[in-house]
Design a protein. Structure first.
Length: 432
């Protein structure tokens, strides 16, 4: 088989890259090792509920605008921002609106004034100035009130899904927080309908899909990509290959990767993971407590049912995440998540319909951190025609925004490269 572009991985980044290259007239194939497409954007339907793989909220950022540009119908709604915060095992109103700011017992009057001032500043803040300092350095240097610092840590932890303020670069996550002030979108029936729309669009554009087949090598010769080889022996020739896999897998697939930028990108990568507990409840014991930040613990709770159709029978689908560090304990993490439920929705076990516990989900294979040597991609400079994309191939974007932005960068690089080659060949023929 021979194609212009071979995309390894059928998640959001892979589908986006395939669509944009196909729209430019390229012959494209997507190779996915699973039977289903979507990667970590897959949705599992069980017991009448649509369970995502962890908490999924669509910010009004790059991914949202990309999907709108592609004509996708994003069915869902913006949830209310009425929030609570858990501090010392007590549930308090969190100041995310004018009313809650005035009534919250968490902050002194001076702290409330400082909070109000910062939420005015955030939308106008030049966050790029803080791309090379840690989140802790920014918070400790800019926030005066001690409790307000704790609240900012909680907000920014949830915005980034990263619980390492000493490593997380401040600029990108501050930008994401400012974006979140516009609200987020919870999607009806989870993210599966969006993935299916991407697949249908790709098929309409002529993209070919190979599923249940694992790529084992990306062949290259004399600094030029040649082909992709699959586990079943299938060899696919391609002028361009876009790898939407982890930096470790990308390094493993490419012979002599240690002599390329892939080596640097693998070694600098810091994985962000969460433990996730989803429960569906017949009703909410505490109907007003649906959106809760852990202030002195790295746990977050949100009821997706308050904004989206995610259960068939009207049950309430609650997602809890615990943002993890380098070491994890599956049993302890589950206890911490259930403890949050006990505080926020006491008696939840009596109205439990279904439960899903995922002890360790990779949110991102890398993120913008202070020890990063360079931003990866889109091109692997040492091998012509080889590219990377995915949420870890970030140039400042976070989460799914990084997946779509990096995919478009790879597609644009391929299109620009081919255009320049055609121009060069045309000029050469004129000279002759």
């Amino acid at each position: 088989m021979k194609y212009d572009v071979a995309v390894i991985g059928g998640g959001i980044a892979g589908l986006t890259a395939a669509i944009y290259t196909a729209k430019a007239g390229k012959q494209v194939v997507v190779i996915e090792k699973q039977e289903r497409l979507g990667g970590r954007a897959m949705t599992n339907y069980k017991n009448g509920a649509f369970f995502n793989l962890g908490g999924h909220a669509l910010y009004f950022g790059d991914a949202y605008h990309t999907f709108r540009e592609l004509g996708l119908s994003l069915q869902g709604n913006k949830p209310s921002t009425d929030a609570h915060g858990v501090w010392k095992d007590t549930v308090n109103t969190l100041p995310l609106s004018v009313t809650s700011l005035l009534t919250t017992p968490l902050l002194t009057w001076k702290g409330k004034m400082e909070f109000a001032s910062w939420f005015t500043k955030l939308t106008k803040l030049d966050t790029h100035k803080y791309d090379h300092i840690s989140l802790r350095e920014w918070i400790e240097g800019h926030i005066k009130d001690p409790m307000l610092r704790n609240i900012f840590y909680a907000l920014l932890r949830t915005t980034s899904y990263v619980a390492s303020p000493d490593l997380l670069a401040a600029g990108p996550v501050l930008k994401q927080l400012a974006s979140s002030m516009k609200g987020v979108l919870y999607l009806d029936r989870g993210w599966a309908p969006m993935v299916e729309q991407l697949r249908q669009l790709a098929v309409k554009l002529g993209v070919h899909f190979v599923t249940k087949n694992k790529v084992v090598a990306v062949g290259h010769q004399n600094g030029v990509v040649q082909h992709v080889r699959c586990e079943d022996g299938t060899q696919i020739e391609a002028s361009h290959v876009i790898m939407t896999v982890s930096p470790a897998i990308a390094h493993q697939l490419v012979p002599d990767a240690e002599y390329t930028a892939l080596h640097t990108w693998r070694d600098q990568a810091m994985e962000a993971t969460v433990a996730c507990l989803d429960v569906t409840l017949k009703r909410l014991p505490k109907p007003k407590q649906q959106f809760v930040y852990g202030i002195d613990q790295t746990v977050f709770l949100s009821n997706h049912s308050r904004a989206a159709y995610v259960t068939d029978d009207g049950s309430q689908l609650i997602t809890l995440c615990k943002y993890q560090g380098p070491t994890t304990d599956a049993q302890q993490d589950l206890q911490d998540l259930e403890h949050m439920l006990d505080l926020v929705q006491p008696g939840w076990r009596d109205v439990l319909v279904a439960k899903q516990y995922l002890p360790k989900i990779t949110v991102s294979y890398d993120f913008m951190h202070t020890k990063r040597v360079e931003n990866p991609g889109p091109a692997v400079p040492e091998i012509k025609g080889l590219y990377v994309a995915g949420e870890w191939v970030t140039h400042g974007e976070l989460l799914v925004d990084a997946a779509t932005a990096s995919a478009r960068r790879a597609a644009e690089h391929i299109i620009a490269h081919d255009r320049s080659e055609r121009t060069a060949n045309y000029g050469h023929r004129n000279i002759i």
